[in-house]
Design a protein around this ligand. Structure first.
Ligand code: ADP
Ligand code: ZN
Ligand code: ZN
Length: 740
């Protein structure tokens, strides 16, 4: 605890106007008991209503005379004190992503309030067996049957679980209390931490690492011991041994008395993944994710602080588990878009992990089969150290990939969703009892407009992104707001087949039943995975052979091993190319490369069919040849030419408004303001122009120096704050992943 007479406090009110520290006097009785990170009660505002607030600093420096200082009333929660690091992290988030301090604080505080520890109760016999028998006899004479049932058991065992007695023996708590008063038994309780992981498994020893794996581990640990803290990027296809490297590194960190955070995308946090970590580290491992109860979350943080666990696994929020001796952060599948927060502050876990690693003097290890352009760009610049794992350790050949030109299919009279080749192969797999996965990338589903005859895609004349079809036969650019009526004929070949693309997983399922009588199909998409465990259920059903075909959206291509899948079909690879976003090429490459990696994971060779209207696009060609390096070179060139991240930085300013005209006016004003300092596009209607009757506008700013963007953000905030807007709000999204 810091001595000090004053505390600077952020009040728990979500409003920009009060988003700054307020100073309070620490009363005599609380002196020495207040520390940064504590939640306290304070009188606030004109009416001096009691509010809670977070202490961010304790100091002796008075900001104004003593008699004007209000006093802290009391401490709300003793238990949780956020280390000053967490407050620094919050301040960094506020500055870097443009959110209020209170929103940032709430993000970095893993639990919002102290929870009681869970207790386990037991009954302990206090008398000897002889004495107990005699009490038992008495109870039987008095027909006290419930008491008799307990005593009978207590003659056999000295200690009984409380729940067994109240449950199976059906004895009321009152009866037990009465026995306690008689001095026959004691009701004891023991508090313990909730452990969300219920896995019992044999421990497994480390494997002998390959040369490539050893080189990575040696380098990271040698750097660590030499006091060098760096970010490493491990690039290796699925099955090349990345996880084994993480396990070995964690082992090394534990030996050094350090703890580790392992980030994985929420969707990858499966029983299989946990099992692997459990086999190596037993219950020194725990998880943190959204399905945990508040009590379970609280306990994991307590366990981490007390040194009960060495490793925490979870999605991006696991970053905020307070380890006292953090040595390493691992971020698997670092390219995943779920690492970016969708709510304020819109932080990216990779950047945040980098900052946190700096604060805690820890190493950061990123891994991916298809690294994000961001990470690979930094590796190329020498900011990250790059390692490549080149081969699959479990054997298994890479699948054979063919690209089918859907325009050709149409020209030769095939109007089905399935190309002739795909039809043949599905039939073949069905007859051989092997399985097929059909993948429809539904991003951009409601989206792009293309010519079915020549493949022409309608693009914005100002932005080099595709136009999207909106209601009323309009096509619109989501970046600059350009719009036009949809032409009747293809501007390129004059065919009448200029259509917005519409096809869903359901249509494909129906088509399968029609085209292949007797076929068994499972479908996995947003509709069939609404309930919590339906996702695992479908996967289990498929892997135990309950269907010939699994149809699904991108969720089916993520990291599952199905040994009997020998055919993967991508139905329209273009769908993700045309979702009017500068990342569409990258996303397409990642999805196709992952999809291709699904085929032939067992002993049988696999085959992949990619159907597309754009067989010559580099994302599709490079994914088919599984050539990341070549893809990167072309993609980074496009980003450099367009001034897109990671070659430059982007900031989206999102304006939400109840009234259309007022929103438009504000968006226009902010765009003019931004234009004074940085290249600015817009304002434009957001890609979804209205949600729940709230109008949405967006202004995009670009700059090579990130600080220029935070400067513009500060200017916008300074302009907006005094307006005290009630009908509009302004949000920031730095280097956005999806179009706003
Ligand atoms: P990734 O994380 O890159 O997908 P994994 O670490 O899961 O790769 O390794 C893929 C498979 O190879 C796993 O079954 C793993 O047990 C095995 N494996 C990894 N490293 C070795 C090794 N050094 N020797 C033998 N098998 C290994
Ligand atoms: Zn445009
Ligand atoms: Zn055409």
């Amino acid at each position: 605890m810091t001595e000090g007479r004053y505390a600077n406090i952020i009040v728990d009110i979500s409003h920009e106007k009060v988003d700054r520290p307020f100073q309070y006097k620490i009363p005599e009785k609380l002196r020495g008991k207040i520390a940064a990170g504590m939640c306290v009660q304070i009188p606030f505002g004109k009416g001096n209503h009691l509010r809670s607030g977070y202490v961010i600093e304790v100091t002796d420096q008075a900001e104004f005379p003593d008699e004007k200082q209000k006093e802290i009333v009391e401490i709300v929660m003793q238990g949780i004190s956020v280390e000053t690091d967490a407050i620094r992290l919050a301040a960094w988030m506020k500055e870097t992503y443009g959110s209020t301090m209170i929103a940032a604080l709430k993000t970095v505080l893993p639990v919002k309030k102290a929870m009681r520890l869970k207790e386990k109760r037991k009954l302990r016999r206090l008398l000897t067996v002889e004495e107990t028998r005699s009490v038992l006899g008495e109870c039987i004479r008095k027909h006290q049957n419930a008491k008799a049932r307990v005593l009978e058991e207590l003659c056999k065992e000295q200690v009984l679980p409380y729940e067994l007695v109240t449950g199976k023996l059906n004895v009321s708590p009152a009866t037990l209390r009465s026995l306690q008063e008689q001095g026959v038994l004691a009701i004891e309780s023991e508090s313990f931490y909730r452990n969300p992981v219920k896995i019992e498994t044999d421990r497994e020893h480390s494997r002998r690492l390959s040369k490539e794996q050893t080189a990575i581990c040696d380098k990271v640990l040698t750097d660590f011991d030499g006091g060098k803290r760096k970010t490493y990027l491990v690039h290796g296809i699925t099955g090349s041994g990345k996880t084994e490297v993480y396990l070995s590194l964690i082992d090394g960190m534990i030996r050094r008395g350090k703890q580790c955070i392992v980030l994985i995308p929420e969707i990858a946090l499966t029983y299989q993944t946990l099992l692997r970590f459990y086999k190596r580290f037993g219950d020194r491992v725990s998880v943190m994710n959204s399905s945990l109860s508040p009590g379970e979350k609280f306990d994991q943080c307590e366990r981490a602080k007390k040194g009960e666990i060495d490793v925490i696994i979870g999605p991006r929020s696991a970053l905020f588990v307070p380890f006292p001796n953090l040595g390493m952060i691992v971020m698997d599948e670092e390219h995943e878009s779920s690492y970016k927060s969708e709510t304020m502050p819109r932080y990216h876990a990779r950047e945040t992990a980098e900052y946190l690693a700096g604060l805690k003097n820890a190493s950061l290890v990123l891994g991916s089969a298809t690294p994000s352009l961001e990470a690979y760009y930094r590796a190329k610049q020498g900011k990250y150290e790059l390692f490549t794992l080149t081969r699959r350790l479990t054997g298994g050949e890479l699948a054979h990939v063919s690209i089918i030109d859907l325009r050709e299919e149409l020209r030769s009279g095939n109007r089905s969703i399935f190309s002739r080749k795909l039809q043949e192969l599905i039939e073949d797999r069905k007859s051989r009892g092997e399985q097929t996965m059909l993948f429809l990338n539904r991003r951009g589903y409601a989206g792009f407009v293309s010519c079915r005859s020549c493949g022409y895609v309608m693009k914005c004349p100002h932005c080099d992104v595709s136009l999207s079809q909106h209601l009323g036969n309009k096509v619109v650019c989501h970046y600059c707001g350009y719009e036009m009526a949809k032409p009747d004929k293809c501007p390129s070949c004059s065919s009448p087949y200029l259509l917005g693309f519409k096809a869903g997983t359901q249509q494909i399922e129906q088509q399968l039943y029609k085209s292949f009588p007797g076929i068994r199909v499972l479908r996995m998409d947003g509709d069939t995975t609404r309930t919590k465990d339906s996702y695992e259920k479908i996967l289990t059903a498929f892997s135990s052979g309950e269907a010939d075909v699994l149809v699904g959206t991108q969720m089916i291509v993520k990291g599952h091993d199905f040994h009997n899948v020998t055919l993967v079909g991508v139905l329209a690879a273009d769908l993700s190319l045309n979702d009017s976003n500068y990342r569409s090429g990258e996303r397409t490459f990642q999805l196709l490369a992952q999809a291709a990696g699904r085929a032939g994971r067992g002993t049988k060779p696999g085959e992949v069919v990619i159907q597309t209207y754009r067989p010559d696009h580099y994302s599709i060609l490079r994914a088919a040849s599984q050539d990341y390096e070549a893809f990167y070179e072309e993609e980074i060139l496009y980003r450099k030419l367009g001034g897109y991240p990671p070659a430059a930085h982007m900031m989206a300013v999102l304006i939400l408004a109840l009234d259309e005209k007022r929103g438009e006016a504000l968006a226009g004003k902010l765009a003019r303001l931004a234009k004074e300092d940085v290249p600015t596009i817009g304002p434009a209607k957001a890609s979804i122009g209205k949600i729940n009757d709230i109008y949405r506008y967006v202004v995009y700013c670009k700059a090579f120096d990130y600080r220029q963007l935070t400067f513009v953000k500060d200017r916008i905030e300074a302009y907006v704050q005094p307006l005290a807007l009630k009908q509009e709000s302004v949000q920031f999204d730095f280097n956005p992943i999806d179009s706003c």
